[in-house]
Design a binder for this molecule. Structure first.
Ligand code: AP5
Length: 216
């Protein structure tokens, strides 16, 4: 099954994508993670992307469409995938339709995670991630069971993202409302859109997503 998680920065896309990976074996395809990996590796497009991400703007459509196009060629997606952070505007959504159609694939469901802007700022400012396995946590909403030790892999080092500061978060939200929110109408017209209450607790959000997956 192929899913798309749609929602603003901090909506919980990454958190729920990881749960779907664990529960169903679908593969998370996060363009944000792919761009951060390219930036860390110092590739040519990674260097360009790093500066753009630190301003909270969108990396060029050309780069992200090429990255996703290449990723969709890889053989590990046979049980399905979860798009997280792509597409982010109508041209990317149109390009995705073409990429999927040319590979005989389709999206089984688009899940819009609706969350108020004030809650997003609180979520993003408290976020941290295990440096070894990438499991996400939150200072208030999801702490490791043992302080300082990752629940999933036992790692003891955690990182916070460079673009999770107040100024960049405001730009990211503005970009979301202007460029990404129109995708709600785009997928509404295609008949694949399911809107869930992303303000609920993490387990409740996961239950709502499971209902969509069962019905798809
Ligand atoms: P990206 O990495 O995609 O970031 P984002 O969309 O801004 O989303 P986030 O990762 O910040 O949030 P999330 O929804 O995954 O929330 P999470 O689960 O972590 O993109 C970063 C940048 O890369 C962009 O700004 C852009 O520059 C570039 N980029 C990426 N894709 C691109 C594209 N397609 N085109 C162009 N540029 C692109 O949750 C947040 C926190 O809240 C966590 O701590 C979590 O524990 C907590 N939490 C989660 N759910 C709940 C809940 N229900 N209740 C309470 N707390 C919760």
């Amino acid at each position: 099954m192929n899913l798309l998680l749609l929602g603003p920065p901090g909506a919980g896309k990454g958190t729920q994508a990881k749960r779907l990976e664990d529960a169903h074996g679908f593969v998370q395809l996060s363009t944000g993670d792919m761009l951060r990996a390219a930036a860390a590796a110092g590739t040519e497009y990674g260097k360009k992307a790093k500066a753009v991400m630190e301003r909270g703007e969108l990396v060029s459509d050309e780069i992200v469409i090429a990255i996703i196009g290449e990723r969709l060629e890889q053989p590990d997606l046979k049980d399905g995938f979860i798009l997280d952070g792509f597409p982010r505007n109508v041209p990317q959504a149109e390009a995705l339709d073409k990429l999927l159609a040319s590979r005989g694939l389709k999206l089984d469901a688009v899940i819009e995670m609706a969350v108020d802007d004030e809650a997003l700022i609180e979520r993003i400012s408290g976020r941290f991630t295990c440096s070894s396995c990438g499991k996400g946590y939150h200072d208030k909403f999801e702490r490791p069971a043992t302080e300082g030790v990752c629940d999933k892999c036992g790692g003891r080092e955690f990182t916070r993202r460079a673009d999770d500061n107040a100024q960049t978060v405001r730009s990211r939200l503005e970009v979301y409302h202007k460029q990404t929110a129109p995708l709600v109408g785009y997928y509404g017209e295609q008949g694949t859109l399911n809107t869930i209450d992303g303000m609920a607790a993490i387990d409740d959000v996961a239950r709502q997503i499971e209902e969509v997956v069962k019905a798809a």
